[in-house]
Design a protein around this ligand. Structure first.
Ligand SMILES: Cc1cc2nc3c(=O)[nH]c(=O)nc-3n(C[C@H](O)[C@H](O)[C@H](O)COP(=O)(O)OP(=O)(O)OC[C@H]3O[C@@H](n4cnc5c(N)ncnc54)[C@H](O)[C@@H]3O)c2cc1C
Length: 412
């Protein structure tokens, strides 16, 4: 490689989503250091969480998203271009830890003072017999949703596999595009990881009322190509069903390929191992943040807010600070068929049964509080009371006692 393609930068960041964008902002805001942000998706940086929630409104008449769709919160226009360089549509192909360089897909090479790996997560391919994954959609990026749009529309039969938040959001948007949607999932109710059984049952009823066919406590066993269609067999019945498209919303896994090749420490079933400062274990000047990072003693959340907050801490530390990442409560919100669902909790969904659940009527909706043995609030779930979302955020954040919670709910 000629010297003309080699440059120096103080902080190099790989991946320009929640974590990478927040990290770049932080370095720029607090220091005079130069930043290179490399992002493999083309076009402007965008907020991934918005794609599955609102794609129907953009794609009802168009086949692709307008260039500025979902870019609002990840603007780069205020960045000083003499210090921050944002390169999109370009991949970081390799990291050389010894030489402290990264090589990009345009063959350029950058020597860095500090490196932040924010390569996020990618779909976890489910194991179906005979599946040809190029024929399956995943719905996790703007490009993926545009590809799906080519197969989905009025009267098309679409199967969405997976009933977590991504599956239900994509299904709702496909209904808005007048597709004929089937949802299949292992749980008895939709979003069973995030919502309690009562709210999950309400959501089941909501989807059925909007003409979605539900196959709960069922799963796909086989997918075969049948002309232009996919022939799918479910465990729950022996018949083969034909669909125009199959969307897998069956979870994600950390995108660690680059880190593995660079011999950074990676859990084979998880992410890049980091300490509380988000420093990659055994490395002084390499950080990992967001969905790609695996924290000692902390569950992976795969949530936007955590990725962003980790980006902030990694950016500060790469800029010379020495801060620790404090774990924030899990927070999720979604609006489906005009019903609003919100949850904020300090515990993993698997541990919900360890808390006392109390239901309250609030505004036009309901709220469930989760108290520990000392009557301290550890989690909140709300349906259809969006006007008071800030109250629920405050309740969850401050771990109030039950008497305070009940007084606060009554007073607004
Ligand atoms: C459709 C969808 C909806 C979601 N909705 C919600 C929600 O409502 N609430 C919530 O809290 N969370 C939600 N999430 C999860 C949330 O979006 C993620 O937790 C968050 O985006 C993680 O941010 P990140 O920066 O770690 O990585 P990612 O968003 O995964 O981005 C990483 C980026 O790095 C790029 N990259 C990877 N490798 C390279 C490379 N070698 N070179 C250059 N670039 C590279 C990737 O292309 C990708 O764009 C949703 C996720 C999806 C997919």
């Amino acid at each position: 490689m000629g010297d003309s393609k080699r440059s120096k930068v103080d902080v190099a960041i790989i991946g320009g989503s929640a974590a990478g964008h927040a990290a770049a902002n932080e370095v720029a805001r607090r220091t005079e250091r130069s930043v290179l942000l490399v992002h493999e998706e083309p076009g402007e940086l965008y907020q991934r969480t918005k794609v599955s929630k609102t794609f129907a409104e953009h794609l009802s008449t168009a086949t692709s998203f307008p260039p500025t769709a979902f870019t609002e919160k990840l603007k780069t226009t205020h960045w000083d271009s003499s210090r921050i360089r944002c390169v999109t549509g370009t991949r970081a192909e390799s990291i050389d830890v010894e030489r402290r360089t990264i090589t990009l897909s345009d063959d350029s090479e950058y020597e860095w003072g500090a490196l932040i790996v924010a390569t996020g997560a990618r779909p976890a391919y489910p194991v179906f017999e005979n599946a040809v994954y190029k024929d399956v959609h995943f719905g996790t990026s703007k490009a993926e949703i545009e590809r799906l749009r080519g197969d989905a529309g009025r009267g098309k039969q679409i199967l969405v596999v997976g009933t977590g938040v991504l599956g239900v959001e994509v299904a709702e948007q496909l209904v808005k595009l007048a597709a004929d949607v089937t949802l299949v999932g292992r749980g008895a109710t939709l979003m069973s990881h995030d919502l309690n059984a009562e709210v999950g049952a309400q959501m089941n009823a909501l989807f059925v009322a909007n003409d979605v066919s539900l196959r709960m406590q069922d799963e796909v066993s086989l997918i075969q190509k049948n002309g232009e269609k996919s022939a799918v067999t479910f465990k729950g019945d022996a018949t083969t069903h034909l669909f125009d498209a199959v969307v897998c919303a069956t979870g994600v896994k950390p995108n660690t390929e680059l880190a593995k090749v660079a011999h950074l420490p990676v859990n084979p079933k998880g992410g890049i191992l980091v300490d509380q400062k988000l420093r990659v274990l055994g490395q002084e000047q390499i950080y990992a943040a967001g969905d790609v990072a695996e924290h000692i003693d902390r569950p992976a959340t795969h949530l936007w807010r955590h990725a962003k907050e980790q980006g902030v801490v990694a950016g500060r530390n790469a800029g010379g600070a020495n801060e620790s990442y404090e774990f924030a409560p899990f927070r999720l919100k979604t609006k489906l068929f005009d019903h609003y669902f919100f949850s904020l909790c300090r515990f993993h969904h698997r541990d919900r049964d360890r808390f006392e659940e109390v239901k309250y009527s609030v505004g036009r909706g309901s709220m469930w509080a989760y108290y520990d043995k000392s009557d301290t609030l550890q989690g909140v779930m709300m349906v259809n009371d969006p006007e008071r979302e800030q109250l629920y955020r405050d309740l969850g954040a401050h771990q109030w006692k039950r008497s305070h919670v009940e007084a606060a709910i009554k007073s607004v």
